[in-house]
Structures are given as structure tokens and as C-alpha cells.
Design a protein around this ligand. Sequence first.
Ligand SMILES: [Zn+2]
Length: 201
Amino acid sequence: MNDNFNDDFLNILVYPSPMLKQTCREVSPRELLWKKFDPVEGSLHGMTLLGIPTLLSSMRATMNAVGGVGLAAPQVGLCVRIFVAKIGGETISCINPVLDEMRGKTKQVEGCLSLPGAQLEVERADSLILRGCDGDGKPFERQCEGMDAWVCQHEVDHLDGITILERVGPSQRFLLRHLLSRLESDYEFMKRRSKERRKKK
Ligand SMILES: [Zn+2]
């Protein structure tokens, strides 16, 4: 694959992109072995051409550039179970994550790169074990507490088509109504513009 892509930033999809509503599929053992993707239904054009290492390094670069603590593959247009996150002071890549032994409950305020401007109080488990594969396809597990545990849950939610909007009640959503309608009209505008550009080509 094209190594020049490594430091490129990926476009982060924003609410109400339908990609954020999809349940992502697992990365297969064959894909892990060859570090390449089979076609992924519904993914943005060209995304599957990025091999797994290129995708991961671009996702890390994008997350760091925008000062995020986590980024899931569907947020950049690829519907597969992969996320990158800052956990325990380091940046990790996690393929096919599974959350286990979730304990405790806390409410804390979360934002999301796909919901710019939103801050919502979400309830999460505050201790869990994260299992998955790293960028080399090697299985790992690690104990996560507090913010690390919340980040894992936030990212796995993205892989199931769930954002923080679906994690709060109607009163918090109501407070966000103006922001959401602005994001919706921005999205419609961008969609129209890219349609017109395609027509001109
Ligand atoms: Zn998010």
C-alpha cells in the first residue's frame, strides 16, 4: 500500500451521518493475517484499500491531531470493529474488542469527535477488562479503570452504532436540540455540495 498515506489525516464523520448508526462487522482471521480488508459493505469509497497498518496509523494521527482520546473505524468511514485510544498513558490499537467483567457505575461528562460541541452526562461501568488484538493481530487483554474504562465503552458503542446521544435521556437531548439541528443542516449542505461536485466531473 501507499506508505505516504501513513501521516494523512482522515475525515471524521459527524452526526447525522448514517455510518454512525451501523453495527460494524468483525475483522476476520484472514484479514488479520494478510493485514488487508475484504470489501466492507456500506464503507466509504476507497476505505477498504487502506491496509490494516495504514488505517491504524492514519487513525492514530487523526486522533492526535484533533486532541481526541479515542477514535473508532466507523467514524472515519470503515464499518469494522477497530478503534484506537489513549489508555493508561499510551496510544493503543484494538481490533475486535470485547469488554468483560464490567463493574461499578459512574456518571461523567463525555464529548465525541462525531458530535462537535456536545457535552453529555453518560453513565458507564468504571472497571472492566478489554480484550482484543493489537495491530499485529496478537491477542491482548488489559484491566481498565475510570476514564480508561469509559473510553473503551464509548469506542465499543461506536462499533455497535451507538453514540452518546443514545446514552442519555430526553432532557439532555432537548438541551442539545439547537446544536443537533445545526449539525443536521450542515450535513445536508455538505451532501448537496458533494452531489453537485460529482455531477460537474
Ligand atoms: Zn465518539
